[in-house]
Design a protein around this ligand. Structure first.
Ligand code: GRF
Length: 218
């Protein structure tokens, strides 16, 4: 069975979706540990409640990004995971860290990449008048919020949406597609060939919704 380490910074709801799916027997992985760069991350308590070991590598205790990343990499290497799953990890990673885990480092981003990289994705989608928004699970490359896409889910932007309502609609889909993507990885159904993802799996349940609804041919 493949093993994963989940890396968080805060609330940890995506982490919890993975813990829940694993506990329910729907995700065939061993979760070796949950790591956080913040000792006060709420998600650490959630992980402990699921009986998953937790560790903190506090970025404020390191003089540079490189020193923090090296400590993180050493901690993760000590756990020997097959995949490193970023779930609301709010720090930019150095190229050295990304390259060290290349092909094994996964992230979820709250937009349909390559649109809206970076922060405040829901606010920016509303400002731009986007009618379709969503989330993306992707391999991490040195370029921020870019990298081969494994799965995306789209949601409509509705009249009257604000940042909170749109974020909630996207987050509900994040909690579906992250366990799905990690399951595909754990089952060896994801192949990364020359920077592109090929899936050896029917994409059942992956693309959740588009707006306006897709027309079905009679
Ligand atoms: C999620 O929207 C995730 O896509 C983004 O940060 C947020 C983290 O939320 N990277 P949570 O900590 O998983 O609840």
């Amino acid at each position: 069975m493949k093993s994963i380490v989940i890396v968080i910074s805060g609330r940890g709801s995506n982490m919890e979706s993975l813990l829940k799916a694993t506990a329910a027997g729907e995700l065939p992985v061993r979760i070796s540990a949950v790591l956080s760069n913040r000792p006060d991350a709420v998600g650490l308590r959630t992980a402990a409640a699921y009986g998953v070991p937790t560790q903190v590598v506090d970025h404020t205790e390191y003089a540079s990004r490189e020193a923090f990343d090296a400590a993180m990499a050493e901690t993760i290497d000590g756990l020997g995971p097959d995949f490193v799953v970023l779930a609301g990890f709010m720090r930019i990673l150095s190229d050295a860290f990304v390259q060290h885990f290349q092909g094994r480092l996964i992230n979820i981003h709250p937009s349909l990449l390559p649109s809206f990289t970076g922060l405040h994705t829901h606010r920016r989608a509303l400002q731009e008048g986007a009618r379709i928004h969503g989330c993306t699970v992707h391999f991490v490359t040195p370029s921020l919020d870019h990298g081969p896409i494994i799965v995306q889910a789209a949601v409509p932007v509705l009249d009257g949406d604000d940042e909170v309502s749109l974020a909630a609609r996207v987050l509900a889909q994040e909690h579906c597609v992250y366990p799905l993507a990690i399951r595909w990885l754990a089952e060896g159904r994801v192949r990364l060939v020359e920077g592109r993802v090929f899936l050896d799996t029917p994409q059942d349940g992956a693309a959740v919704l588009v707006s306006p609804p897709a027309q079905v041919a009679p």
